[in-house]
Design a protein around this ligand. Structure first.
Ligand code: SF4
Ligand code: SF4
Length: 291
């Protein structure tokens, strides 16, 4: 099962849940190492908790067009076919805007003079490693977007392509999504079997939960379950909403100083509170049953 773990905003404890879920599954079944993908490529931080030993690294980017002006006749065909306005012809000049280019290759294929070739525009890095979890291990992957680079989606897309083998069906796959509900979150959720949304029981938490449910359920048609973090603060708005929308709340993590302090030190939830290991394995099983 591929499970995307997301939240409508940052700071809700999404990575705390994702990391401890991966560690719990690894410890419970050493024969089947979960795959963990940190898809928050703008600010990946799961490695701080999982502490993987890195074993491989690769650059990622998109192929962008380069125009040979000696062959170009300034016919304008490349600009016509580009859906993203990433290439334009002004007089006898052809201008390429790499930050708008999606690397689709249409301009190169459509150029009647064969005047376009491609070069790789580096956007970030992918890393792979192994994190220990008792007798088991977690296969860890993360994407890191270059500073100043605007497009996270291609990096997430390539991270998933690298990390998830076609025969991964039998293994747990955990995708730690970026915060929010924009394109990088959609890209992370795409292809998942279910989505686990981590929220907190406050009016802000409820607002962001609604937005995330809209993306996961309404746009992508995925089943959704909920974890309430910092349970005990705020009000019962999240509970009422989940009941009305038939969204199962599978775990509640109370607001406790000892948990907050442990996480601030870089400890996982199950290192601070070992009883959550069983609860998280049960959560995984509940989601499998939902499917
Ligand atoms: S399609 Fe080819 S020949 Fe025409 S303007 Fe673009 S690069 Fe030049
Ligand atoms: S590769 Fe695609 S997106 Fe980039 S300039 Fe060419 S047509 Fe536009």
């Amino acid at each position: 099962m591929k499970l995307a773990i997301a939240s409508g905003k940052g700071g809700t404890g999404k990575t705390t849940v994702a990391v401890s879920l991966a560690l719990s599954l690894a410890a419970a079944n050493a024969a089947s190492a979960p795959l963990f993908l940190d898809c928050d490529v703008e600010e990946p931080n799961a490695a701080l908790f999982l502490r993987p030993e890195f074993t491989a690294r690769r650059d990622v980017g998109l192929p962008i067009p380069v125009v040979d002006m000696a062959r170009c006749t300034a016919c304008g065909r490349c600009a016509e076919v580009c859906e993203y306005h990433a290439i334009t012809v002004i007089g006898k000049q052809v201008l390429v805007f790499p930050e708008l280019c999606h690397g689709c290759g249409s301009c190169m294929r459509q150029c009647p003079e064969g005047a376009i070739h491609e070069t790789l525009n580096l956007m970030g890095t992918l890393e792979k490693g192994i994190a220990r979890a008792g007798a088991g291990e977690v296969e860890f992957f993360q994407g890191i977007l270059n500073v100043g680079e605007a497009m996270a989606v291609p990096v997430i897309h390539q991270l998933k392509g690298w990390a998830i083998p076609p025969d991964a069906d039998g293994r747990p796959v955990i995708l730690d999504a970026p915060p929010g509900a924009s394109c990088p979150v959609v890209e992370t959720m795409r292809g998942a079997d279910a989505v686990l949304l981590v929220t907190e029981p406050t009016p802000f938490g409820l607002h962001d939960l609604r937005v995330a449910v809209q993306v996961a359920c309404d746009e992508l048609g995925l089943p959704v379950a909920v974890v309430v973090n910092r349970d005990g603060v705020g009000d019962d708005g999240v509970d009422a909403y989940c009941a009305a929308e038939n969204l199962p709340i599978l775990l509640r993590i109370p607001l406790e100083r000892v948990i907050a302090e442990g996480i601030a030190r870089g400890e996982s939830l199950i290192a601070i509170r070992p009883e959550y290991q069983t609860r998280l394995v049960e959560l995984w099983e509940s989601i499998m049953e939902l499917l």
